[in-house]
Design a protein around this ligand. Structure first.
Ligand code: SF4
Length: 180
C-alpha cells in the first residue's frame, strides 16, 4: 500500500465536468506547497535544520526542497540560531530584500527570545527587528517541531487573502518596524 497522500483540492463548487473555486484558495494552495525557504542559520539550531532537510525527515515532501540563499528568490525566512545584536542589521537587510509575499519563522529559543543568552550582546528575539509569523520552541527544536512550524506557516499561507499585503493592518504592522 502506498503511503503517498495527495493534497486535497480547495473548497469549491463542483458538478459534472466543472469545478469552481475562488482565486484566493487556488493561489494559497499553490503557494503553500511551493515555499522557497531561506535558511538563516547562525548556530546549533541550523544543524537541526540540516537533519530536517536530510533524507529521514525530508522537508522536500512539503514542496520546500528548493532552498534559496538569495533573499530575492525566497519567500520564507527561517531564522535558526543566536542572533547577536551586530548581526541584527544584516538579518533585517535580508528580510527587506525579500519580495512580498514573505513569511518569517523563528526557529528555537534563541531566535524567538534570545534563549539562554540573556546578555547585552544578543538580540532578545528577532521580533525586535522584523515581524515573525511562527515561533518554534525548543533548544534545539527537534526536526518534528521544525516540520510542525513549517506546517503552521503552510496553514497561514493557504488561508491568506491575496490582498492581505495591501490592507491597512499589514501596512501598520510594517510601519511599526519602520518598514515602508
Ligand atoms: S536555541 Fe539552543 S540549540 Fe538553538 S541556537 Fe540557541 S542555544 Fe543553540
Amino acid at each position: 500500500m502506498s503511503d503517498i497522500q495527495i493534497v486535497g483540492s480547495p473548497a469549491g463548487v463542483e458538478g459534472a465536468g466543472f469545478f469552481a473555486t475562488s482565486l484566493d484558495k487556488a493561489v494559497g494552495l499553490a503557494r503553500a506547497n511551493s515555499l522557497w525557504p531561506l535558511p538563516f542559520a547562525t548556530s546549533c539550531c541550523g544543524i537541526e535544520f540540516m537533519a530536517t532537510m536530510a533524507s529521514h525527515y525530508d522537508l522536500s515532501r512539503f514542496g520546500a526542497e528548493r532552498l534559496s540563499f538569495s533573499p530575492r528568490q525566497a519567500d520564507l525566512l527561517m531564522v535558526m540560531g543566536t542572533i547577536a545584536k551586530k548581526m541584527g542589521p544584516v538579518l533585517r537587510q535580508v528580510y527587506l530584500q525579500m519580495a512580498e509575499p514573505r513569511w518569517v519563522m523563528a526557529v528555537g529559543a534563541c531566535a524567538s527570545s534570545g534563549g539562554i543568552f540573556d546578555t547585552y550582546s544578543v538580540l532578545q528575539g528577532i521580533d525586535e527587528i522584523i515581524p515573525v509569523d511562527v515561533y518554534v520552541p525548543g533548544c534545539p527544536p527537534r526536526p518534528e517541531a521544525i516540520i510542525d512550524g513549517f506546517m503552521q506557516i503552510q496553514n497561514l499561507v493557504k488561508t491568506e487573502s491575496v490582498r492581505r499585503r495591501e490592507t491597512p493592518e499589514y501596512q501598520k504592522l510594517l510601519a511599526s518596524y519602520g518598514i515602508q
